[in-house]
Design a protein around this ligand. Structure first.
Ligand code: SAM
Length: 284
């Protein structure tokens, strides 16, 4: 989509008209190129079949991309009240397809506003991005409310999500993501794509929820075991797992993992096995 194709003003004019100077405290780095926001929106795939939950729409660049590319319905949750009138103008240009919610993304229940299948799309505020991703990946029941997540992260965080065992980036996010989703980096963006430009490069990650997790495990327990293992990633697991409150060597032996292994070499399958063994030892 180029600037005028949706009949709305260019984003620079929207920002000037509504006084939307970017605020660092809200993680505001805006995308102003509508060709680019349309390109990101297309990564969501099958938009006409989905309701889309957008977190942090800001002045509405990605929102406009999602609507222009055919999203059935978009629910956009924005905390900055200054952005709401600009978003209402987008809603007026797409009657009945955009619901704007002023509020904190960490506090809303998406199913109060959207019907499945639901895709989540966001140029996330970096300060809450990882917290939201972990929350979306670790509900106790699976499949979750969403069928896909298309999310902008700092490139370094995106690399952690898709990293394989043995690499420096492999860690908690890799395991939680790859346990229950197919995760891919689909787009890289330089700092200059944003206004104001952040210090680091960004990337869009697309995660598709698997119908069932790859391996059996309880989400809370897996999260706890992985957090302990990577809490001290340079240590051998027999030392790193001490905070779990069971004999780490007995736990690792029972799970068939060498006590001298380090977290970054342990596969998702092995972490799931370790979690099941830990649950049994704790009598959970
Ligand atoms: N999507 C817009 C774009 O691509 O140009 C803005 C992206 S900006 C990186 C992040 C947006 O998230 C900001 O508009 C900010 O106000 C909003 N935001 C920050 N914390 C939020 C929260 N807890 N809930 C909802 N929105 C939030």
């Amino acid at each position: 989509m180029s600037a005028a194709q949706d009949g709305l003003p260019p984003l620079r004019e929207v920002i000037a008209a509504h006084g939307l100077s970017a605020r660092k405290s809200l993680g505001q780095n805006f995308l102003l190129d509508l060709n680019l926001t349309s390109k990101i929106a297309r990564q969501v795939r099958a938009l006409p079949d989905h309701d889309v939950l957008e977190i942090g729409p800001g002045p509405g660049g990605l929102t406009r991309g999602l609507l222009f590319e055919g999203a059935r319905k978009v629910v956009a949750v924005e905390r900055d009240h200054r952005c709401i009138p600009a978003l209402q103008e987008v809603a007026a240009a797409y009657p009945g397809r955009l619901e704007v919610i002023e509020g904190d993304a960490l506090e809303i229940d998406p199913l109060d506003h959207l019907s499945p299948p639901i895709a989540v799309a966001a140029n996330l505020p970096y300060n809450i991005g990882t917290e939201l991703l972990v929350r979306w990946l670790t509900p106790s029941d699976w499949p979750p409310f969403w069928s896909s997540l298309t999310l902008m992260f700092q490139r370094e965080v995106a690399q952690r999500i898709v990293a394989k065992p043995g690499s420096k980036a492999y860690g908690r996010l890799s395991i939680l993501a790859q346990w229950r989703t197919d995760a891919k980096i689909v787009l890289d963006l330089p700092p200059a794509a944003f206004t104001p430009p952040p210090k680091v490069s960004s990337a869009v990650v697309h995660l598709t929820a698997l119908p069932e997790p790859r391996f059996e495990a309880d989400a809370d327990i897996l999260n706890r075991v992985v957090a302990a293992a990577f809490g001290q990633r340079r240590k051998m697991l027999r030392a790193a797992l001490k905070p779990l409150g069971v004999d780490p060597v007995a736990l690792l032996d029972a799970a068939g993992i060498p006590p001298t292994a380090r977290a970054e070499t342990v596969s998702v399958e092995e972490f799931c096995r370790l979690s099941r063994t830990y649950a049994e030892m704790r009598g959970a």
